[in-house]
Write a protein of this length. Sequence first.
Length: 202
Amino acid sequence: MPKNIKHMTERTRLPVSPQVLETKAEFQTCEIAAAIVSDMIGKVSTVHKELSEKRFRKLEELLGKIVRTKDCQCTELKNVLRSFDLFQSALMPCLIREQYLLLPTILQKLTAESSGTAYSESYQGEIEDMIRTAGADHHRLQFLARQLVEDISVLIGKGPCHNIVRSFGALFDEFCEVLREQFSLEDAVLLPRCLSAIPKTI
């Protein structure tokens, strides 16, 4: 594999999500959960810097209130946090625009430098792999979004945290709107319809 292509594909590898949620069977304190939420929000916000910082700060604040609500069961909190982590990890391929920017470069090299079929075929696997990565898995993302909504719904009605979780659901819908606004018409097809299906009434 040409060295320059290998370098570019290495840049497109997705960041590995921390395994904090899997290594801790139970949260020892609500503060630990709050720290995990803060880290997850940070991962998403730093990937796409054009997203509204105001919405991120508010989302993080509401999530912090949820995990600090003593009357919320630890199991339900853990489910929501895990679902949110899985969802944002699956969404991340759609946010890393560097993947789209690298594709034209590789295609240009194919047309400008290729002198034969064998040379072109050496790039074919790299191109297909990058396209698959950038496109993500629509069905899995849709499933994870639904699971997140279901887990949040379980928290609704858990005593004092009822209104907080409802506010989080509404803000999460705004968050999805911001995501959609960042993409051109060509890129928009990569965002699953599940984002618009997340109910505003959660």
